[in-house]
Design a protein around this ligand. Structure first.
Ligand SMILES: Cc1cc2nc3c(=O)[nH]c(=O)nc-3n(C[C@H](O)[C@H](O)[C@H](O)COP(=O)(O)O)c2cc1C
Length: 369
């Protein structure tokens, strides 16, 4: 039904307008108690076997909303109502910023993909922190806070910018993510080089520990699928060296070649990060590589091109404790999480693994056994 609705309605609208409209409906639905209870029961059924522990949190399941959908932390309850087991808000920057000029979000329908060059449009970390502080959750969930660099701040002052956001946001975060992998802030991805990343992550860790003294806020880094394999290994080694809690793999790609894209060439040529089905293979490859390097020592979060339960299951077997999605939600709509959960529970039941935790990284253990 959603697909028909998408084809007849959303597809004809500007992609960003459609996003805002859907967003408003979700926010509206969550304000009506009877409706939200009904929708949560229908769309977010809880499967006992999918209960999982990660980043020091007990979660209903492994499947969460990737960063970028709820940049300003205004729809956490709504996304939980739709079935996401954790919600990563952001990317939030220290200063509020409008992002890039519109049009900046494009749908590549035949490729089940999106290209975006949003450019971290967000209210800034002071406003988002105030919103999180005032939040009275209807559906308690795990909230990740993803932070990035303000566009006008030069690269050599990046650490201070991330530290400002950390000081404001860490206390509201169940986990904190340093995003150094979005392609739409000039120079941002240079921060993935270990020489830049080491001092940045160290400064953010110190700022989180300084501002939150009653618990240790888990810290993760989010990387691009475009890193060379040697650089993926270097980030993995650094994460272990610095005692990071996890790595999120991956963000969107700037690649276009060799992905079998069949959409209108003018769309394919749009500048920005490509997400959805075409990034699936490389995201999985990066995840496998990370797990081969770090094993169970830190938490890996698999994201990029997850469209169905089988994709999510493959990420878990490849080493992801948590999985996330964004683009396929746009194409598949409100029943998407429900289908993922149902399929994951079935797969786990039919597998040799007693728990989800046992399945994490199982494909590597089989190879080395
Ligand atoms: C419109 C859009 C905006 C995004 N904004 C962010 C962002 O602000 N921060 C971030 O870390 N990732 C952002 N992402 C990347 C997603 O979180 C995710 O890593 C990527 O889209 C791959 O997953 P998918 O194929 O399931 O969409 C964005 C993705 C899209 C499509």
């Amino acid at each position: 039904m959603y697909r028909l609705f998408f084809a007849l309605f959303f597809r004809r609208m500007d992609a960003e307008k459609a996003h805002h409209l859907a967003f408003r409906w979700i926010q509206l639905a969550v304000r009506i108690p009877v409706l939200r209870t009904f929708l949560a029961a229908a769309l977010a059924p809880r499967y006992k076997e999918l209960r999982t522990e990660a980043l020091g949190r007990r979660m209903h399941g492994p499947f969460g909303l990737a960063a970028g959908f709820d940049k300003n932390a205004v729809a956490i309850d709504g996304m939980t109502m739709l079935g996401f087991d954790h919600v990563e808000i952001g990317t939030v920057t220290a200063q509020p910023q409008p992002g890039n000029p519109k049009k900046r979000l494009f749908r590549l329908v035949p490729d089940r993909a999106l290209i975006n060059r949003m450019g971290f449009n967000n209210d800034g970390s002071a406003s988002v922190a105030a919103r999180l502080a005032a939040r009275n959750p209807v559906f308690p969930t795990t909230v990740g806070v993803n932070i990035g660099k303000t566009k006008v701040v030069p690269e050599d002052e990046a650490s201070a910018d991330y530290v400002t956001s950390t000081e404001r946001l860490a206390r509201h975060a169940d986990y904190l993510v340093v995003n150094v992998s979005s392609p739409n802030t000039p120079g941002l991805r240079n921060l993935q080089a270990v020489d830049h990343l080491r001092p940045l992550l160290t400064a953010v860790r110190e700022a989180a520990d300084r501002t939150v003294t009653d618990r240790r806020v888990p810290l993760l880094v989010k990387i691009a699928p475009d890193l060379a394999d040697a650089d993926v290994d270097a980030v993995a080694d650094l994460a272990v060296e610095l005692g990071l809690d996890g790595i999120i793999a991956t963000n969107t790609t700037i690649a276009r070649e060799g992905l079998g894209l069949t959409s209108d060439p003018a769309l394919i040529a749009e500048t920005g990060g490509l997400s959805g089905a075409p990034v699936k293979e490389r995201s999985l490859e990066v995840l496998r590589r990370l797990y081969a390097r770090v094993g169970d020592s830190i938490t890996l979060v698999g994201v990029g091109g997850i469209e169905n339960a089988e994709d999510a299951w493959q990420r878990i077997l490849a080493g992801a404790t948590l999985v996330q999605g964004y683009s396929a939600f746009i194409y598949q709509g409100p029943f998407w999480c429900r289908a993922i959960h149902k399929g994951l529970a079935t797969r786990l039941r039919n597998s040799p693994y007693a728990t989800l935790a046992e399945a994490v990284g199982a494909e590597h253990k089989k190879v080395t056994a």
